[in-house]
Design a protein around this ligand. Structure first.
Ligand code: NAD
Ligand code: TYD
Length: 336
């Protein structure tokens, strides 16, 4: 299988490539990544010398490049992780979200169509469903109702992918996963941000009342589901992925402080995110019943090993937070 993995230098994509290349020898992976602020080749050190791995620095919106790569590497499969992925950044400026997430995805879909690829997996998010009240779960039948520029761009990409399946018969599958955590997650996201700020004795900015709920899944569980849907998922279908582990933000923040032996006085309630979705929760019975997937990691153990990873990989995140990230942090939180 010659697989174009787009966005493989980011958090989930790099975990996916590291996992696949350490367990499979039937994948030739071509990783196409623009190396935006979120892309980092340090995440893929283990793969550098693997003969089944090639890295190409490039933008998924580049038609000519896509065409060249599909031809050169005889690409017959695609997994698209590439995206602008952070809600807060999409609120600060949405243009690049639509460019990468919508136009970029369509460029890959069009190339896949020209080269008759056998499967195209679009990595999507539960955020396309919008927000839940205090009860209920997102199923694959839940109407799309995205609320942020990020989630609306992901919903548009999903629609583009399904349209290419419907119109031309390209074998497209879509996964919609809940919030991930684990190694190599960029510090702007809730869990790494709170770990790193705690370690640096900086304030932990909790939006609004802190009672917003996310459904957390360890990144390896997500990637095993991606592998399964990629190989066995039915064309034209959507598969929700989630580990049924709902947590209030404030409880995660307190858990991290507690594990690191820090005081809850570091918590600072700050101005809420505009349009903040109250609750996400996934019904993953379709992938469980149809494909036999099940999450393997318990939240308690996996959050512990995630915290340990950040403790043991200070060099990785110290380099990040001393660069461009400082400017983002200042704009987003008003201080550094
Ligand atoms: P990330 O921001 O860590 O990584 C995104 C990667 O895409 C980076 O390596 C970046 O350089 C690359 N990229 C961005 N624009 C590009 C472009 N124009 N051309 C080529 N490469 C480009 O994101 P992530 O958290 O790893 O998310 C991966 C995918 O999973 C995204 O599609 C996201 O919507 C989806 N997702 C994420 C989560 C989560 O909790 N993080 C949950 C569900 C779904
Ligand atoms: P985030 O990691 O940005 O993921 P998403 O918004 O895509 O679910 O945020 C997770 C939750 O944590 C969300 O409810 C917003 C909240 N949050 C804070 O309270 N403070 C922060 O500094 C960040 C980044 C997020």
């Amino acid at each position: 299988m010659n697989v174009l993995v787009a966005g493989g230098a980011g958090f989930i994509g790099s975990n996916f490539i590291n996992y696949i290349l350490s367990t499979r020898d039937d994948y030739l992976i071509v990783n196409l990544d623009k190396l935006t602020y979120a892309g980092n080749l340090e995440n893929l050190k283990l793969c550098e010398k693997n003969k089944n791995y090639h890295f190409v620095k490039g933008d998924i919106t580049n038609n000519e490049l896509a065409d060249y790569l599909f031809k050169k590497y005889e690409i017959n499969f695609v997994i698209n992780f590439a995206a602008e992925s952070h809600v807060d950044r999409s609120i600060l400026g949405s243009e690049v979200f639509y460019r990468t997430n919508v136009i970029g995805t369509n460029v890959l879909l069009e190339a896949a169509r020209r080269y008759n690829v056998k499967k195209f997996l679009q990595v999507s998010t539960d955020e396309v469903y919008g927000s839940l009240g205090s009860t209920g779960l997102f199923t694959e039948q839940t109407p799309l109702s995205p609320n942020s520029p990020y989630s609306s761009s992901k919903a548009a990409a999903d629609m583009a992918a399904l349209a290419v399946h419907h119109t031309y018969g390209l074998p497209v599958v879509i996964t919609r996963c809940s919030n991930n955590y684990g190694p190599f997650q960029f510090p702007e996201k809730l869990i790494p941000l709170m770990i790193i700020n705690s370690l640096n004795n900086k304030k932990l900015p909790v939006y609004g009342d802190g009672l917003y709920v996310r459904d957390w899944i360890y990144v390896i569980d997500h990637n095993k589901a991606v592998e399964l849907v990629f190989e066995k998922g039915r064309a034209g279908e959507v598969y929700n992925i989630g580990a049924s582990r709902e947590m209030k933000n404030i409880d995660i923040v307190k858990l991290i402080l507690n594990k690191l032996g820090k005081s809850e006085e570091l918590i600072e309630y700050v101005k809420d995110r505009p349009g903040h979705d109250r609750r996400y929760a996934i019904d993953s019975s379709k992938i469980q019943n149809e494909l036999g997937w099940k999450p393997k990691f318990e939240f308690e153990q996996a959050i512990d090993s995630t915290i340990d990873w950040y403790l043991q990989n200070k060099n990785w995140w110290e380099r990040i937070i001393s660069g461009e990230y400082k400017k983002y942090y200042e704009v987003q939180y008003g201080i550094y």
